[in-house]
Design a protein around this ligand. Structure first.
Ligand code: SAM
Length: 289
């Protein structure tokens, strides 16, 4: 079999197996060899690496990864793709396919088993309907990860990368930047996929920080504050935090904390930096004691 990555080979495989695309699984397969090269190169995959691929589809990117990595673990939810993957990945003896929902896989145990607990690299053309839960799940579970290089919706990539004061800035920006350094490495138009998605896409590399850029006493509180601040974006920070069901701070307490930071009581969450959220979290957690 020819290597996948161009439209002809992809269509031939899909026809051979009479494959029907499942919209509910966010199936948009890559058919551009330059983009595939770009993703794998940006992920800096080498022979020492164990790579986790989420959603291999018909195995196009898996082939590229298998040629450069020591080992590839590919987790695919769609059972109908199993016979196809068996066929397209048959030449590679360093690939393990797991037929499961990535959100149900115990990735920690998998990393223990396959890579002796050493950090892995995650590389994927993600199903867009669950981009955020996948990325946040990987970070929050503290699975040893060196980097995550993924294709996502362009708008989501922008949100991960921006700072305060812009319309795209939000809970996702702060959460991602707490855990990793984000860099958009390529913009990818819809015609690089079959079928074409309705949105533009981008490849983003998230290189995990060894130490978070902000040190806080209570990480859970920091994330609750961030979520509450952006849940009601148009409200002031004081009202957003006061209204949150996840928090139990009174308005006065919050105003005093802001005063301590020399910030006005009318400020909105969307202008605070990660460092300022960190400081607010520490002041409020001190008051709880
Ligand atoms: N990697 C392939 C490519 O680039 O051509 C396919 C990418 S496609 C955007 C996303 C893939 O993720 C599909 O194969 C889809 O079936 C799979 N998928 C969707 N939801 C999933 C889940 N919860 N767990 C694992 N795989 C999933």
């Amino acid at each position: 079999m020819e290597k996948l990555g161009n439209p002809q080979e992809t269509i031939a495989v899909l026809q051979k197996y009479k494959f029907n695309f499942q919209k509910k699984f966010g199936q948009n397969f890559l058919i551009d060899t330059h983009v595939l090269d770009k993703i794998v190169t940006s992920a800096q995959v080498n022979q020492e690496d164990c790579v986790l691929e989420i959603g291999p589809g018909i195995g196009t990117m898996t082939q590229y990864l298998a040629e450069r990595a020591g080992k590839v673990i590919a987790v695919e939810i769609d059972k109908a793709l199993m016979p196809i993957l068996k066929d397209t990945l048959q030449p590679y003896d360093n690939v393990r396919i797991i037929n499961n929902d990535i959100l149900k896989v115990d990735i920690q145990s998998l990393v223990e088993e396959e890579n002796q607990g050493k950090p892995i690299k995650v590389v994927a053309n993600l199903p867009y309907y669950i981009t955020t839960p996948i990325i946040m799940g990987l970070f929050e579970s503290h699975v040893p990860i060196y980097s995550i290089t993924v294709m996502v919706q362009k708008e989501v990539a922008d949100r991960m990368q921006v700072g305060p004061g812009t319309k795209d800035y939000g809970a996702l920006s702060l959460a991602v930047q707490y855990y990793a350094k984000p860099e958009i490495v390529a913009n990818v138009p819809p015609n690089c996929f079959i079928p074409r998605p309705n949105v533009g896409s981008a490849v983003i590399r998230l290189t995990r920080h060894e130490i978070p850029p902000v040190k806080v006493a209570d990480e859970k509180l920091l994330f609750r504050l961030i979520r509450a601040s952006f849940n009601q974006r148009r409200k002031t920070l004081v009202n957003g935090l006061n209204n949150s069901s996840e928090l139990s701070f009174g308005k006065e307490e919050i105003v005093m904390a802001l005063e301590e930071m020399q910030l006005p009581a009318t400020i909105r969450g969307e202008v605070l930096t990660l460092e300022q959220f960190g400081l607010l979290s520490d002041i409020l957690s001190d008051r709880k004691k």
